[in-house]
Design a protein around this ligand. Structure first.
Ligand code: SF4
Length: 157
């Protein structure tokens, strides 16, 4: 079993009530090979919500207490991001999941790139909060881009 970001499965759970459907990932869920998960909803957010970015580092720094997650209006929402990460970890452990496919660029789900914290639409290297927590617990986290490459490679064999 793998977990996949709910927004990649076509669910309108993003901050602005949109999705970023990847039909092949949705198909894995329909075939009961994967389950959708949205760390931000697990953290207590609703839809829609304000956009948020990590300020002062990345997900590892948030978990270590040296960076925060801030909404565009300035409200600090770090605790909800951390709660969402721990609930996702709990779900992954209960389901004995070894691979999680999360949406690149998100402050929760980014796996190698996130927005830079200035709300200027600029990106930087770094992981989201949930990604870091899962990786620190031995779970393989891939972006949709890496996972699709891997899927293509396996299907070509
Ligand atoms: Fe939820 Fe992650 Fe998608 Fe954001 S990127 S909507 S936290 S699943």
């Amino acid at each position: 079993m793998i977990l996949i970001s709910s927004c990649l499965a076509g669910q309108q759970v993003r901050y602005n009530e949109t999705h970023c459907l990847n039909p092949r990932l949705k198909q894995l869920i329909e075939q009961n090979m994967a389950l959708p998960v949205c760390p931000e909803l697990l953290g207590g957010f609703s839809i829609p919500r304000e956009p948020a970015e990590i300020v002062g580092g990345d997900g590892g720094d948030v978990l270590d207490g040296t960076a925060v997650v801030k909404e565009k209006s300035g409200q600090i929402v770090t605790d909800m991001y951390i709660q969402g990460a721990y609930k996702t970890l709990e779900m992954a452990k209960q389901l004995q999941v070894t691979t999680v496919v999360l949406k690149e660029y998100s402050p929760s789900c980014g796996s190698s790139t996130i927005y830079n914290g200035a709300f200027s639409n600029m990106k930087t290297n770094g992981e989201g909060v949930t990604t870091t927590l899962l990786r620190r617990n031995g779970i393989d986290v891939m972006s949709e881009y890496s996972f699709m490459k891997e899927l293509d490679r396996v299907e070509d064999i």
